[in-house]
Ligand binder design. Structure first.
Ligand SMILES: [Zn+2]
Length: 187
């Protein structure tokens, strides 16, 4: 019996390391510089980090020092910028939108659409695992909050009135995002 359990554990272990190895093989590690994991040569944005979704956790004071007042208010206090005031709601350039808190790629220009709301709107995140959804019952409404999967920074909300193919509208604050013009995710 013990032998069987041991054997099972070993198989699971192998499976896990195998999966990890596959994940790593997707990242073009050879061309990346350790110090700047975001950008590789020829404007390709690497999956911010084979290092990935390891949580970025900092005390509030540290965030407050690093972020602008508006970034801190939106990212760390789940605030909302006024519509049509952000830098990116009307941005039509091609590129990648990263978390203004930790740099994780969250959205791509390829899923951005004109919503008329005055906030950057996307019908999908760049990768499902890069955002986390939380139930938000503030302001007397039931909404689904969107946060960065790595630093938990508030991004906005997702609604079910978006365009196809998903029918979703990720309504995101400009100030929660940085834009990397011309960057692409490595396929
Ligand atoms: Zn983040």
């Amino acid at each position: 019996m013990m032998k069987y359990i041991l054997c099972l554990l070993l198989s699971v272990g192998m499976l896990v390391s195998c999966t990890q190895a596959q994940d790593q093989s997707k990242a073009p590690a050879a061309t990346t510089s350790e110090s700047e994991p975001e950008m590789a040569v020829d404007g390709v944005l690497l999956s911010l980090s084979g290092d990935t979704l390891e949580p970025v956790e900092k005390p509030a004071e540290e965030w407050e020092n690093e972020l602008t007042e508006q970034e801190f208010y939106v990212l760390r206090k789940a605030g909302t910028e006024r519509a049509f005031t952000g830098a990116l709601w009307d941005n039509k350039k091609k590129g990648i939108y990263t978390c203004a808190g930790c740099g994780l790629p969250l959205f791509s220009s390829e899923t951005k659409f004109k919503s008329g709301t005055g906030w950057p709107s996307f019908w999908a995140p760049i990768h499902e695992s890069n955002v986390k959804l939380k139930s938000d019952n503030s302001l007397g409404m039931t909404r689904t909050e969107v946060v960065c999967a790595r630093c938990d920074g508030h991004q906005g909300h997702v609604f079910e009135d978006g365009p196809q193919p998903t029918g979703l509208r990720y309504c995101i604050n400009s100030v929660s995002l940085d834009f990397r013009a011309g960057a692409k995710m490595k396929p």
